[in-house]
Design a protein around this ligand. Structure first.
Ligand code: MN
Length: 388
């Protein structure tokens, strides 16, 4: 059974102020082309389809286009989708009954009634049946009422109990789709900036990988860098695109998992995705950075750090003449490092007005005039701080 494992598409996401619609469409078109080439038996999308719980019309158009292109491949490839923490279950499950007619199976919310169970999709290959269990993102509060008091106390017990009530036969081949924060004995996966607060919650939302170890493959979403947790068959496939500068060195790819007969080791392949615009850092003197621009790299999304001691005139404008997608521009030199250094022991904290005067002097090379002083004083007053 050949599986394409995807997650965290975050359709509709912006990179700083840049709209990524074209980039996302290009990545999804590449995935469709890879599906045509490799002919997987199934495509899994493990949560965070959309970046926002209320996706824009554009975001829907991009995702619809992707599903439609996948559905047009013959023979048809089933697509299994679960909701992530960014997705809105009601919105995501819209038209799901219709989608099933096209072999697109979607599970947007965890069971909430005693008679409800996880969506299970059974597919066949030469070795027999493979059961796919769709476990959408859940919080303990979504499922606690299904169990006796005191059973579900955290994310881990929630996932364990929800899986436990399915009566899964582990002598068969089983695949789980899940969108949670899995850890290995408290050891966290490697995070990055685009996940936002995922890794900083302090262990309360983690689920130990031992809870899902018995599955033959665990297709995960939530963490944006591709990596395994505890064992190669428990895996985050990562985002199809770099969604933050911290992902500069990520190798974005489709994870292809090939499941053999029961007990056979799973074969994993990363099929690289080539973005239409790279995301990378540029650091150095302005003239060096300008000199490094080429026809190939001038459209990359770049995060620039200038190290010039003498700050150049209008650096942003100069950079924009050669690079068209500048995400951010920072200066790292003696002056900015001094500004960042912590105050020496015993030095008094500046009052807001004093601090702003010093800042203004530093930035403009001259003191504030009375008009500027007036503006700042009124802002500080509104804000409720001490003015002078
Ligand atoms: Mn995500």
């Amino acid at each position: 059974m050949k599986i394409f494992h995807l997650s965290d598409l975050h359709i509709g996401k912006q990179l700083h102020s840049y709209n990524l619609k074209e980039n996302q469409q290009a990545a999804l078109a590449q995935i469709v082309a890879l599906a045509k080439e490799h002919r997987p038996d199934v495509v899994l999308i493990c949560g965070d389809i959309f970046d926002r719980s209320v996706p824009s019309g554009d975001a829907y158009t991009v995702f619809d286009g992707f599903l439609q292109e996948l559905a047009e491949l013959t023979p048809q490839i089933p697509v299994l989708i679960i909701a992530g923490n960014h997705d809105n279950p009601q919105r995501l499950s819209y038209a799901s009954a219709f989608l099933e007619k096209h072999q697109i199976y979607l599970s947007a919310s965890a069971p909430s009634h005693p008679e409800e169970h996880l969506k299970k999709v059974v597919l066949q290959d030469v070795h027999g049946e493979v059961n796919f269990y769709l476990l959408p993102f859940l919080k303990p509060g979504y499922v606690r009422h299904l169990f006796a008091e005191g059973i579900v106390t955290d994310y881990e017990t929630a996932v364990r109990e929800v899986l436990g009530r399915e009566g899964i036969d582990f002598s068969q081949r089983n695949v789980l789709l899940s969108h949670q924060f899995y850890t290995n004995q408290g050891q966290k996966p490697q995070g990055c900036d685009s996940e936002q607060s995922v890794l900083t919650v302090g262990g309360l939302d983690n689920v130990d990988a031992s809870v899902v170890e018995q599955f033959d493959y665990v297709a995960l979403g939530h963490i944006h860098g591709a990596q395994m947790v505890k064992s190669p068959h428990i895996r985050y496939c990562g985002t199809p695109l770099k969604y933050s500068v911290s992902e500069e060195f990520h190798k974005k790819a489709v994870t292809m998992a090939e499941l053999g007969a029961k007990g056979q080791e799973i074969q994993l392949t990363s099929i690289p995705l080539a973005p239409i615009q790279e995301v990378r850092r540029e650091r150095g003197l302005l003239k060096e950075i300008l000199g490094r621009a080429t026809k190939e790299n001038c459209h990359d999304f770049i995060s620039v750090t200038l190290t010039d001691e003498k700050e150049p005139y209008r650096p942003k404008e100069q950079l924009e003449e050669v690079y068209d997608s500048i995400l951010e521009l920072r200066v790292d030199n003696t002056r900015t490092r001094n500004m960042l250094e912590p105050e020496g022991e015993g030095s008094a904290l500046l009052q807001p007005m004093e601090a702003f005067r010093a800042f203004y002097q530093e930035m403009q090379g001259q003191p504030m005039g009375s008009e500027e002083e007036g503006i700042i004083a009124s802002i500080l007053e509104q804000w409720g701080g001490e003015t002078i």
